[in-house]
Design a protein around this ligand. Structure first.
Ligand SMILES: Nc1ncnc2c1ncn2[C@@H]1O[C@H](COP(=O)(O)OP(=O)(O)OP(=O)(O)O)[C@@H](O)[C@H]1O
Length: 236
């Protein structure tokens, strides 16, 4: 199995205390891994560490066996959409994606293909300020896809999506994994994650659980949500 992302004893102190402590797990090709935990658990910090936006205090987080920052054309390997990666509201969706395409060194035709893929072709010439939250979310995913990466790192991708959008995201992630891609996805939407993840990591500064979705659900009598609350309760 090919490991596409790896945390090895990854720890990060923020504001004098550990936001994440000794996080260790791998993401393998063809797998969707869900990263869950309460607000402030360190999920965004872990994803930022993986994508070179924060330096670990100790340990490592790597993609394809190396630091994200040392990848030559990172967007062709790893597609990233994190919280706070705001899109300039005065640009059209099309223009935003063209800029991403140039920055990624991707082919020009990728822009139209990916707009189709995320169902935004009809709204591509609208300004981002006139997009709904769900449309902005899909544009963010489009930006992550522009370099045709093999690994996706997505922070709360289901936020703001309507039921159709959620269904689209689920199908998209399953197809992406079926074609050999992998994804590390943080989410608060446990019911949603239950539909899409192969593996689950529950984080609250430290790892409280890691295993397959099946193992997690078994702990909660068949429900990821019940397992999640049980595991958090035990850790109190
Ligand atoms: N730039 C920062 N400076 C100082 N502390 C920070 C910073 N960013 C995050 N933190 C702290 O690190 C901890 C983890 O935050 P983080 O955003 O990684 O959690 P999260 O699991 O993504 O939360 P949420 O689900 O609310 O998005 C929190 O205690 C937070 O206050």
């Amino acid at each position: 199995m090919t490991v596409t992302a790896s945390f090895e004893q990854f720890s990060k102190k923020r504001g004098g205390r550990f936001a994440v402590q000794e996080l260790t797990f791998d993401v393998q090709a063809g797998r969707v891994v869900g990263l869950i935990g309460p607000n402030g658990a360190g999920k965004s910090t872990a994803l930022a560490g993986l994508t070179g936006l924060v330096e670990p205090t100790s340990g490592r987080a790597t993609v394809f066996g190396t630091d994200y920052r040392s990848l030559r054309r990172p967007a062709t390997k790893v597609g990233v959409n994190l919280d706070g990666m705001d899109i300039e509201p005065g640009l059209t969706g099309l223009r935003h994606l063209q800029i991403c395409q140039l920055a990624a060194g991707a082919e020009r035709q990728a822009v139209d293909q990916i707009l189709e893929q995320v169902d935004l072709a009809a709204e591509a010439k609208k300004k981002v300020r006139d997009y709904s939250l769900g449309m902005r979310q899909r544009l963010g995913i489009a930006s992550a896809l522009i370099g045709r990466p093999q690994l996706l790192v997505l922070d709360e991708p289901a936020n703001g999506l309507d039921p159709e959008g959620i269904q689209w995201l689920r199908r998209f992630l399953r197809d992406f994994a079926a074609s050999g891609g992998s994804a590390l996805v943080s989410s608060h939407q446990l019911m949603e994650l239950e539909q899409v993840a192969d593996e689950v990591v529950i984080l609250k500064q430290r790892t409280l659980f890691q295993g397959t979705l099946k193992e997690a659900k078994a702990l909660g009598g068949g429900s990821l949500e019940s397992a999640y609350f049980k595991i958090l309760d035990r850790a109190r």
